[in-house]
Write a protein that binds this ligand. Structure first.
Ligand code: KPL
Length: 311
């Protein structure tokens, strides 16, 4: 395997997880994040990863706050929260040469469009990941759960560079497959997130608890129906045989999770509602479709964000 130089822009829990695994597999990894304490701790002591089995290991990616220090990369993974994508995109220049691939595995809709303002479209790839991770303390993360990562070229081509990335991730213990329909894959994940994330945050419950409340299940189902109508009007082919069954299945499999949005609200932090339910509303209105359930869920989460800031 050819060792790659990998820049990870946004090295919170997920960025650190991918960077940490790739570094352990022998790639040259540079984590870049504005969180100085996390970067300094990793630079001094290494990154501690607590694996799902409870095993702990220390890996040694480079960790910096200044992207200027990194230099040109083979791959740049973008893992910032979606509301920081614009800022992250503006900081990418020192990491890029024409052969660099920039891969976003961020949640929701719209990240690709923001990145294309600064990165040529033919250098971009996108995808989703079912991996889960949390920060335990600066320099230490918990790999909470393993799931498949799916990545693809924006034009659906199956290229050599795509296969190289699939092999690098899979070889680093992050099982990954290639798709020719990355837009559909991103929408499939979006449908799960618009069903589970806002309601868990509003009701302050774990994912599985939603399924025990018939009224909550009804709201989830309506949110997904609206999302599917928008996807279909947008010409997106969502690669799920029965989307609602998939959403229920994810809720069952992640029953014990506190969704990322619930965690954000609990900490009084901004959420990714704008690229999830908010994006369905925006895309719907652009295409002449009303999405009242997603609109109400988005508004309620924005209320929670404002209440959190006043605490
Ligand atoms: O992706 C998730 C999230 O929390 O953001 C789900 C699938 C809902 C798992 O918790």
């Amino acid at each position: 395997m050819q060792a790659l130089k990998v820049g990870v822009v946004g090295a919170g829990a997920m960025g650190s997880l991918f960077g940490g695994h790739l570094s352990a597999a022998g790639h040259e990894v540079w984590l870049v994040d504005i969180w100085a304490e996390h970067m300094d701790t990793i630079a001094r002591l290494g990154l501690q990863i607590v694996e799902p089995s409870g095993d702990e290991r220390v890996v040694r990616p480079r960790a910096v706050t200044d992207p200027q220090l990194v230099g040109p990369c083979d791959i740049v993974l973008v893992f910032v929260k979606s509301y920081h994508t614009k800022h992250a995109a503006a900081s990418l220049a020192p990491l890029l040469v024409p052969s660099t691939v920039v891969l976003t595995l961020q949640n929701g809709l719209g990240n690709i469009d923001v990145l294309t303002e600064k990165v040529p479209r033919n250098q971009l790839m996108a995808g989703i990941t079912g991996q889960g991770a949390n920060i335990l303390e600066p320099g230490r993360i918990h790999h909470a759960g393993s799931g498949e990562t799916v990545i693809g070229e924006l034009d659906g081509a199956v290229t050599e560079r795509l296969q190289r990335l699939v092999d690098a991730f899979t070889g680093a213990g992050l099982p990954t497959s290639a798709t020719t329909n990355v837009q559909g894959v991103v929408w499939a994940k979006l449908l799960v997130n618009i069903a589970i994330n806002p309601l868990t945050a509003i009701l302050r419950v774990r994912n599985g608890r939603l399924l025990e409340i018939p009224e909550a299940v009804e709201i989830m189902r309506e949110a997904v129906q609206e999302g599917l109508a928008v996807a279909s009007r947008a010409g997106v082919n969502v690669p799920l045989a029965v989307p609602w069954a998939h959403v229920l299945d994810v809720a069952v499999r992640t029953a014990a999770n506190r969704s990322s949005m619930l965690q954000d609200v609990d900490r009084g932090r901004r959420t990714e509602i704008d690229v999830l339910s908010g994006a369905v509303v925006g895309e719907g209105s652009r295409l002449g479709l009303e999405t009242p359930v997603n609109l109400t869920l988005a508004r309620l989460v924005r209320c929670l964000e404002q209440l959190g800031q006043q605490r």
